[in-house]
Design a protein around this ligand. Structure first.
Ligand SMILES: Cc1cc2nc3c(=O)[nH]c(=O)nc-3n(C[C@H](O)[C@H](O)[C@H](O)COP(=O)(O)OP(=O)(O)OC[C@H]3O[C@@H](n4cnc5c(N)ncnc54)[C@H](O)[C@@H]3O)c2cc1C
Length: 400
C-alpha cells in the first residue's frame, strides 16, 4: 500500500522504482520496457527529468549548441515513451529497505525492485580566497546552462584538472576563441589513464591550439579582481581568468544508500548482477561500484543497464563487460583509450613529436603484462585511432 499526500505517488501495485533519470536510469527503463511492457515503472529525479547526452556538454561549443538545445526529450515525453511515471524535481530522502519503500518529502512509494542510478558529485579542491566560492563545475545540464551564461561575459577561462573532461573543455573553449589555461598537479594530462608520453603528446597538441598548460601545479588561492579572478598556484605562479571551471573528478553519490545501511565500497557496492547488499535493491552508473569497479563512462553504463533490465524482468543476468574504449573528444588530437585492468608495462611507438616539428600526429601505446605480453590496455592518438578495432579484437580474443 502506498500512502502520501501527492497523487503522483499513488499506485495499485508496487512498481519497479528507478531513482535517477540520467543515462543509467533512462537506459534501464528503456531496456526493461523492451522485455516487459506492463510492469508498473516509476522514475524519480531531483532534476527536471529531461533526457540529454551528458558527453555533449564538453563539446557543445564546437557543435554550436546552446544548453537548451541539448535536451533531447522532456520528462513528459519520456514518461509517454516509457509508459512510466516520471516524478521530476523530487528528491528521494530515505530508503526503507525492510518495508521496500522510498521516501520523498511526505510521500512514500513502495517498490518491488529499486534501482539506484544516482550519479556522482563533482569533487572540490580546497582553495583559499574570496573568489573560491565562484568556481564552477559542470556535471549536468543545469550546471552547463549556468556555465554558458557566465561565458557570455568572459574572454578567458582557467580549467582546474587536465583529465578527460578538463582536456575536452579546454579544447572546446580554445576552438571557440577563449583564452584557456589548463592546470593540473600531474606532469602531463590524462595522468590517471595513460603514461606520461601519451599525455605529453596531447599537451603538445592542445598547446598548439592555444591552450596554456600549467602542469605540476595546483591553485591554492583565488581572489576576485575588477575583471575576474587572480589565481595563485602552489609553484608560486599566478594567472588571471574571467571564469574558473573545476574538472578534477567525480565522487559516486553514496549517501542515500549508506543511510539505508546498504554497503558502500567507493561506490554503492554491487555484485556482477548489479545487486546491492539489500534485497531487491540494485545500482548502476556513476554511483555504483559494480563487481568492485566504478566505471563512470557511457559504454559500461549501457552494458550494465541491458543486463540489469533482464534481471529485473526475471531472467537473472550477469554483467559481462566487453573491452570498452573511451573516446577523448579533443579535436586537437583525438584519443581512444582502454585503461589497463591490471599492472603492466607500457610500450609507445609511432610518435611524430615536437622534435620533428609536428605535434604528435599519431601515437600508439600498448600496455602488456610482463610475463606473457598479454594486451591489458592501449591508448591511440590522432591517426593511430584507426587501429582501434584491431586492438579491441586482440584484447577480446585473449581476455585477461
Ligand atoms: C562533461 C562530461 C563529459 C563526458 N564525456 C564522456 C564521454 O565522452 N564518454 C563517456 O563514455 N563518458 C563521458 N562522460 C561520463 C558519462 O556522461 C557519465 O558516466 C554518465 O552520463 C553518468 O550517467 P548516470 O545516469 O550514472 O548519472 P547522472 O547523469 O548524473 O544521473 C544521476 C541522476 O540521479 C538523480 N538523483 C541523484 N540523487 C537523487 C535523489 N536523492 N533523489 C532523486 N534523484 C536523484 C539526478 O537528478 C540525476 O537524474 C562525461 C561526463 C561529463 C560530466
Amino acid at each position: 500500500m502506498n500512502k502520501g499526500k501527492n497523487s503522483d505517488f499513488e499506485a495499485n501495485a508496487p512498481a519497479v522504482v528507478i531513482v535517477g533519470t540520467g543515462l543509467a536510469g533512462y537506459t534501464v527503463a528503456r531496456e526493461l520496457r523492451k522485455l516487459d511492457s506492463t510492469v508498473p515503472l516509476v522514475l524519480i529525479s531531483e532534476d527536471d527529468g529531461c533526457f540529454y547526452s551528458k558527453p555533449t556538454l564538453s563539446n557543445a561549443l564546437a557543435m554550436k549548441k546552446q544548453a537548451s538545445e541539448l535536451a533531447v526529450s522532456d520528462a513528459r515525453t519520456m514518461a509517454a515513451q516509457l509508459n512510466a511515471r516520471v516524478l521530476a524535481h523530487s528528491v528521494v530522502e530515505r530508503i526503507d529497505v525492510e518495508r521496500h519503500e522510498v521516501v520523498v518529502g511526505e510521500n512514500t512509494l513502495q517498490y518491488r525492485q529499486l534501482v539506484l542510478a544516482l550519479g556522482a558529485d563533482a569533487r572540490r579542491i580546497p582553495v583559499a580566497g574570496d573568489g573560491a566560492a565562484d568556481i564552477l563545475s559542470v556535471n549536468n545540464l543545469s550546471d552547463y546552462a549556468q556555465f554558458r551564461g557566465r561565458l557570455r561575459e568572459a574572454g578567458s577561462v582557467a580549467i582546474l584538472g587536465a583529465g578527460l573532461i578538463g582536456c575536452e573543455f579546454a579544447n572546446d573553449l580554445a576552438l571557440a576563441g577563449y583564452r584557456v589555461s589548463l592546470l593540473d598537479p600531474a606532469a602531463a594530462p590524462l595522468s590517471r589513464l595513460v603514461p606520461g608520453t601519451v599525455g605529453n603528446a596531447l599537451a603538445a597538441a592542445l598547446g598548439k591550439h592555444g591552450v596554456n598548460l600549467h602542469l605540476g601545479t595546483s591553485v591554492t588561492e583565488m581572489t576576485r579582481t575588477q575583471q575576474g579572478y587572480r589565481l595563485t598556484c602552489s609553484n608560486g605562479e599566478s594567472l588571471s581568468a574571467d571564469l574558473v571551471l573545476s574538472a578534477i573528478g567525480l565522487a559516486p553519490r553514496t549517501g542515500l544508500a549508506a543511510r539505508a545501511g546498504i554497503a558502500i565500497d567507493n561506490g554503492v557496492r554491487t555484485d556482477a548482477w548489479c545487486r546491492t547488499s539489500a534485497p531487491d535493491v540494485f545500482a548502476l552508473g556513476d554511483c555504483a561500484a559494480i563487481d568492485g569497479k566504478v566505471q563512470p563512462y557511457v559504454l559500461p553504463i549501457m552494458h550494465a543497464a541491458r543486463a540489469l533490465a533482464r534481471t529485473l524482468s526475471g531472467n537473472e543476468t550477469r554483467v559481462d563487460f566487453p573491452v570498452m574504449p573511451v573516446t577523448v573528444k579533443t579535436p586537437a588530437l583525438p584519443a581512444v583509450i582502454v585503461t589497463p585492468a591490471g599492472e603492466g608495462e607500457w610500450r609507445v611507438d609511432g610518435v611524430e613529436s615536437e622534435a620533428s616539428g609536428v605535434a604528435a600526429a599519431a601515437l600508439r601505446a600498448v600496455c602488456e603484462s610482463p610475463p606473457d605480453r598479454k594486451l591489458l590496455g592501449f591508448a591511440l592518438l590522432g591517426q593511430a585511432t584507426a587501429g582501434k578495432a584491431e586492438l579491441i579484437k586482440a584484447m577480446a580474443a585473449a581476455p585477461v
